[in-house]
Design a protein around this ligand. Sequence first.
Ligand code: PMP
Length: 344
Amino acid sequence: MRALEGYHSPQVSVGVRLNTNESPFPPPAAWRDAYAAEVSRVEWQRYPDRMATRLRDGIAALHGVRREQVFAANGSNEVLQTLLLTFAGAGRTVATFEPSYQLHGQIARVTGATVVEGERAADFSLDLAEVSRVLSTAQPVVTFLCSPNNPTGLVEPEANVRRLLAEVPGLLVVDEAYGQFAPWSALGLVDDEVPLVVTRTFSKTWSLAAARLGYLVGPQWLVAELEKVVLPYHLDTAKQIAGRLALAHVDEMEARVRHIVSERERISTAMGRLAIDVFPSGANFVLFRPRSHGGSEVWKGLLARDVLVRDCSGWPRLADCLRVTVGTPAENDAFLGALEEVVS
Ligand code: PMP
């Protein structure tokens, strides 16, 4: 415990909150009505469906897989935790390629595993020679990729994922919390004979961060192992309803994704006209580095103008970098206006 730092994401009260990559839009009104109606009929004295059958059926249908290949939990963080409780632990090694999502290493350490951090190239792309070095020397039982990668926004090319699949000595986890915003998904590579799982969340595209619901798609044998480890009745009935009903709104969610992607391109282009390095993103956020001012100075300047972004400037390998979540057009305008004032 002395060696752990915990996970820090400050929640400050501001007018324009663009720091945690949530959806800027609430769920559709039709979802709220259907949810309220179903929740009013819940038999609260009974435990939930332990296998979350209808929810998993809905997710399986969405991705064209079988229910037995889907494992759902309280946010994709709990999915990751269950994976690591099952396969990592003391005496085992987990590999990450940094910078990436901090909780991969954090949760692995909590299970007692050793975390080996491979380095990415200066543009944050994977260095395949480094990948081979890490995999062959550390022999990780679990190897993480994140695509699009948080906090850089970089989408992992399919060729890299295939290359890692051929090389990993254990399991490859591709965290696709932002997968809907990217041009391709590793979901198509999932197969009962392939050591791959892809994790997803309802927190972003599905506008359900408050519900805490995520899932993975992977081999049937692996899902059966996870079910032995996770607590019984871990997914409450209300959440199972929330997720299942959300899946009835795929078209509306896809329209929102297109809207956010076009706003992402708009703010990336606008930032590029300022004295700012902008990293190409396939997610619902953009990493950027002001050239003329320090990162935390810009973060404070934005906060003073009622705009909260994520300050990554103190994180290893991300000196002076900030990350902004794509918001509504009005929020994005407020951000761009404040940014221009701060850096000019
Ligand atoms: N993976 C990545 C890469 C993330 O950025 C996040 C959200 N910060 C998560 C997983 C966790 O998402 P949740 O637990 O809300 O599903």
